[in-house]
Design a protein around this ligand. Structure first.
Ligand code: SAH
Length: 348
């Protein structure tokens, strides 16, 4: 019999679960608080439950616990990059970034990824499996525990495509924002997608307070198809229509991520074409000088090209920023640490 993944249960489900094992519903709330507010990693820490109940929980429920494999701290900006091992031996990466507005954690939503974006290290070994809601939360909880500092912001921009693990993503958000849990505001959460169009509509309807970021990286279909296989499935027209629906329905500004690759998508005409795509939209463009990975020969745009690209957008009153590179010295870009670790341990 498989055990219940107890940290993935909502409060309502927890009440049902405890009732089924012969307890009063209020125990459900207590257990929920232990798991999400106090973030314990064992049933024995739940000291206001009887020894009998704790034993019953051990028999019927599983508590996912991440093992910290490595942690690297950037000497440049204090960014910390964690490599965690899941119960089944899979590895995931998470990053802690310290900003003046609070601590932000970037989590992985899948072990590996099947989206195949050409410039991305996370997808090189394919998808291993989806993460459970508990395993996404555990990344945040483990970092909070390790640092003793509160996490106030979440970005789902680590390894994996969150909309390819949609139900677990939505459940994780619900748990994270619950008052009996970490009580993070929806507005402090950003989810980044490579552009799975039907899920953008669904997400707008279900999580209207969350910030959505869309990985665009190109101003037209031809180029986008070369960089991102998902573009063969959904055209840019369809993607932009979904983005407009998102801003209309939620009233929230959308972010477009645009990684600048030298000589590929960083020319003046690309900036012009991008303007024609986003003009009039409630959006913000985040330019990311591409992080070169050794398996591909993409080069980072020069600082001059990045500045020129930005300037063209600004002249047309498009809101644009260049992403501050955090943790550059510790390979904080997607998937690099996990991959190099797997290679070192001959696990390919
Ligand atoms: N799968 C999601 C979220 C993960 S990646 C998505 O595609 O949006 C987070 C962001 O980093 C995405 O915009 C992704 O395209 C970008 N990215 C991946 N590898 C990169 C690299 N080597 N250099 C710069 N940006 C990269």
């Amino acid at each position: 019999m498989s055990k219940t993944d107890i940290r993935s249960l909502t409060q309502e489900e927890m009440k049902v679960f405890v009732t089924e094992i012969g307890e009063k519903p209020f125990r459900g709330k207590q257990i929920y608080q232990w798991l999400h507010e106090k973030q314990v990693t064992s049933f024995d820490e739940m000291t206001n439950l009887s020894a009998k109940l704790r034993e019953r929980l051990k028999e019927t429920a599983a508590l996912t616990v991440l093992k910290e494999v490595t942690v690297q701290t950037s000497a440049l900006d204090g960014t910390k990059k964690y490599l965690f091992e899941l119960e089944d031996g899979n590895m995931v990466e998470s990053v802690l970034m310290r900003y003046h507005h609070g601590n932000s954690v970037c989590i992985s939503s899948q072990a590996g990824c099947r989206m195949g974006c050409r410039f991305c290290a996370s997808t090189l070994l394919g998808l291993s499996r989806n993460l459970y809601p508990s395993e996404m939360l555990d990344q945040i909880y483990a970092i909070q525990k390790a640092t003793g500092e509160r996490v106030s912001h979440l970005v789902v921009m680590g390894t994996g495509e969150p909309f390819d693990n949609f139900e677990s993503l939505c459940r994780m958000i619900e748990l994270l924002c619950s008052p009996e849990g970490l009580n993070i505001s929806h507005r402090n959460i950003t989810v980044s997608t490579c552009g799975i169009v039907p899920k953008i509509y669904e997400f707008a309807d279900r999580n209207p307070q969350v910030t959505l970021a869309i990985s665009l990286h190109s101003p037209n279909d031809t180029m986008r198809r070369e960089l991102m296989p998902i573009a063969n499935k959904y055209s840019m027209d369809e993607l932009m229509e979904a983005a407009r629906y998102y801003t209309r329905t939620t009233g929230r500004r959308i972010t477009f991520e645009y990684s600048l690759v030298k000589g590929v998508n960083d020319k003046k005409e690309h900036a012009q074409e991008l303007i024609s795509r986003v003009k009039g939209m409630n959006c913000h463009i985040n330019l990311i000088p591409v992080n070169p990975i050794k398996e591909r020969d993409f080069e980072q745009s020069t600082q001059n090209n990045v500045a020129a690209f930005k300037h063209i957008l600004e002249r047309q009153h498009i809101q644009v920023t260049v992403r501050r590179e955090m943790g550059r010295d510790i390979q904080a870009a997607c998937g690099q640490l996990r991959k190099s670790y797997k290679e070192r341990s001959g696990d390919e």
